[in-house]
Design a protein around this ligand. Structure first.
Ligand code: SF4
Ligand code: SF4
Length: 348
């Protein structure tokens, strides 16, 4: 069984039993016998991350997301269940996978390799036989102990850079118990912890993670509910409500907007989001024990098309293929719009 470590070049083989990643969402309140044996679906562990919080970090990506943003940069994290990725460019046509799969997922017809994904039960049998690395099983149930083993490898770098560990996805809070236990373990090693959330989750899930989280990074993609629904599949109502609730805590918050053409790349779109962020700063500053506006920042992230190959490998349609990434000049202009509204803004 494989999981991507430091995507996309390195594959790590875990010893031990191969099993189906089926239990995907562990609800709040479930407490396993041993915290270290709590399991959850992981699709990537990215070492030396520098964009998911301060310093050098390890980002652990959990599978499953409630949104379906058409430009999603991590489409392999959207489905909760494990899924097959097939990279035709790497396939040598050896045919080993055809015999290995008990469900006839792989077929050669007129020398073309056809993958019947609807038949796949994610056993990973074909993956084991493919020495060309053309097939991956995306998503592996890992224990907290296995995650911590990876995370602790770079402990020295966290210490010298002020970094730590970030949970991302997908939406990490959907696997509440697993996420909590990883973060709690990280805190027991005095590591800085961050959670990247799309905000589309019950408040109780986020609330549960707060005591073991040092920083929340949260996306605000659109203020208009209907536009948000068209772009992501869901209204923004719960996301905005969760943002307000977070603003009423004293947790450092980074709100972020992925700037996507046709979705939110106009000065008006960014202006509306910036005004919302400004209102959250005001909300925080007016709390009875007032923390001022300290601890809330805003960032703009430019859409890119680097995920196109991932969509192909998953057999998914890539809805953003016709979009051009925003220029640096455009990003600078949009950041200025937010700054003029009193929200100092970084962009990249
Ligand atoms: S919220 Fe993030 S992970 Fe979920 S679909 Fe949108 S971009 Fe992808
Ligand atoms: S085992 Fe790998 S290289 Fe061989 S046919 Fe299957 S996908 Fe292609």
């Amino acid at each position: 069984m494989y999981i991507l470590i430091n995507d996309p070049q390195v594959k790590l083989r875990f010893s031990g039993e191969t099993h189906h990643p089926k239990a995907t969402t562990h609800v709040q309140g479930e407490r396993p016998k041993s915290v270290m044996s709590t399991v959850g679906p992981v699709f990537n562990i990215q070492r030396f991350s520098i964009h998911d919080g301060p310093g050098i970090r390890t980002t652990v990506f959990l599978k499953g997301c409630a949104l379906s943003c058409f430009w999603c940069h991590n489409p392999e994290g959207r489905r909760a269940a494990a899924e097959l990725q097939f990279f035709p460019d790497r396939c040598t046509g050896c045919g080993a996978c055809v015999g290995a799969c008990p469900h006839a997922v792989h077929e050669f017809r007129d020398d073309v390799h056809i993958v019947h994904r609807d038949r796949c039960e994610a056993s990973g049998a074909c993956v084991e036989t493919c020495y060309a690395g053309a097939i991956l099983l995306n998503g592996q149930e890992m224990t907290v102990e296995q995650v911590m083993e990876e995370v602790l490898r770079d402990r020295a770098f966290y210490a010298t850079s002020g970094g730590g560990v970030t949970l991302s996805g997908g939406e990490p809070s959907l696997n509440t118990a697993f996420a909590f236990d990883i973060l709690e373990q990280c805190k027991s090693y005095r590591l800085h912890t961050a959670v990247e959330t799309c905000g589309e989750c019950p408040w109780e899930f986020l609330e549960r993670l707060l005591p073991v989280t040092d920083l929340i990074l949260m996306d605000i993609k659109q203020m208009a509910a209907q536009s948000h629904r068209s772009a992501t599949g869901k209204s923004n109502e719960r996301i905005l409500d969760n943002a307000r609730r977070l603003a009423l805590t004293d947790k450092p918050l980074v709100f972020r907007t992925p700037v996507v053409p046709t979705v939110n790349d106009s000065p008006n779109d960014i202006g509306q989001i910036a005004m919302f962020v400004r209102s959250l700063m005001d909300l925080r500053s007016t709390r009875p024990n007032g923390q001022g506006v300290v601890g809330i920042t805003y960032e703009l992230l430019a859409f890119h098309r680097l995920a196109a190959d991932k969509y192909r490998s998953l057999g998914l349609e890539y809805g953003a293929s016709a979009l051009e990434p925003p220029s640096r000049e455009r990003m600078r202009e949009l950041a200025e719009v937010a700054t003029r509204l009193g929200v100092g803004t970084k962009h990249r």
